[in-house]
Design a protein around this ligand. Structure first.
Ligand code: HEC
Length: 153
């Protein structure tokens, strides 16, 4: 009987696809272009009165634990109230982006910080960082206080 080398490989490949989905890196650039760009603009430079820049002081500190946690919390809980960013005051609302998976949010954050802000030495965000943020509770006021603390010299 003739041996068909490709047949047994197929179910294994399908299984690997199914099981592998969660581990595959999401495309952070695609997520940014589909979701974030509408407010934060091309290159994440922001627009006064609409949404802050994501490529300034916040990104520059994205390697520090307090800032990493803050960034993950903004994506999973949204942000509202007065903040000052790159000399501009915002007093607006960012909706929580919980329609996106942990992988997608991690990839979007990594894209913003490492590619758009050019902070290539900052470690990529992991889905686990976002899962942890999603599971925690934080008030809008506490989140703004965490921002201040993360930006403090
Ligand atoms: C509907 C508009 C909108 C969308 C969509 C949006 N944001 Fe925002 N984002 C804002 C606004 C507005 C603020 C500031 C809120 C405030 O004034 O308190 C903000 C704040 C932030 C901050 C905090 C910046 C700082 O200086 O502390 C980060 C980080 C951020 N957004 C990332 C993202 C990412 C990544 C996405 C896409 C997954 C996204 N945002 C989608 C409007 C938006």
């Amino acid at each position: 009987m003739r041996w068909h080398p490709f047949k047994p490989a197929l179910p294994a490949a399908l299984l690997a696809c199914t099981l592998g989905t969660g581990a595959l890196a999401a495309d952070g650039q695609a997520v940014y272009q589909q979701v974030c760009v509408a407010c934060h603009q091309a290159g994440a430079v922001g627009a006064p009165g609409l949404a802050p820049s994501l490529v300034g002081a916040v990104a520059a500190r994205a390697g520090q634990p307090a800032m990493r946690q803050y960034l993950a919390l903004v994506l999973t809980h949204g942000l509202q109230g007065r903040i000052v960013s790159e000399g501009q005051t915002y007093n607006s609302v960012m909706p929580a982006q919980t329609q996106l998976s942990d992988e997608e949010l991690a990839a979007a954050l990594s894209h913003v910080v490492r590619d758009l802000a050019g902070q290539a030495a900052v470690p990529a965000f992991a889905a686990a960082d976002l899962a942890q943020a999603r599971a925690s509770t934080v008030s809008p006021k506490a989140l703004r206080a965490q921002r201040d603390a993360a930006l403090a010299p």
